[in-house]
Design a protein around this ligand. Sequence first.
Ligand code: DGL
Length: 203
Amino acid sequence: MDARPIGIFDSGMGGVSLLRDAMMLLPTENFIYYGDNLNAPYGDRTEEEILALTENSADFLLQLGVKALVIACNTATSASINVLRKRLDVPVISVEPAIKPACEIPGDGKIFMLATAASYRALQERMPDPQRVLNFGISGIVARIESGIVADDAFDDIFDAYLAPYHGMKADGIVLGCTHYIFIARAVERYFKKHFCGECRLF
Ligand code: DGL
């Protein structure tokens, strides 16, 4: 077996959710996790800045001898995946918001995608059902999670600032389009079930 580690990268601690799954699925592999906490959140940055920061982080992990690179960040993926795959000699694996399976659920309700503007732009052309999807690039959530807050009722003020005008609508699905949001899945579900109707299924 090739004992070199697999590098996992995110703008901060969001990708730890993915590291946890990777460690369970691949128990004999070694991993190095790198979170760019200093520069998080990436969601408020330009695509050029996100690309430069992601390339720096990828180079750092490559210097440590990783045999593959996982971009465990939807935002970094959107700005850098084509460049990294062309430039690097190791396999580059990445994540994108699960908008495709979400749009496959039947119903006439909306799909609420919670993803940064950069992620949304990258997906726009491939959006399976654009009329049905409402995207919210919500500023402030990632910074709060980075500060260690994940309680179920700790995000209502931020959600309200973006979602209050939509209260009462039918939500068939909610896409957690940022790896940080895995840590607050219950907070998201609780908020949507309280203020929206429909199944509010999480993706
Ligand atoms: N974990 C990143 C993502 O999946 C967070 C984005 C950010 O840093 O704003 O998109």
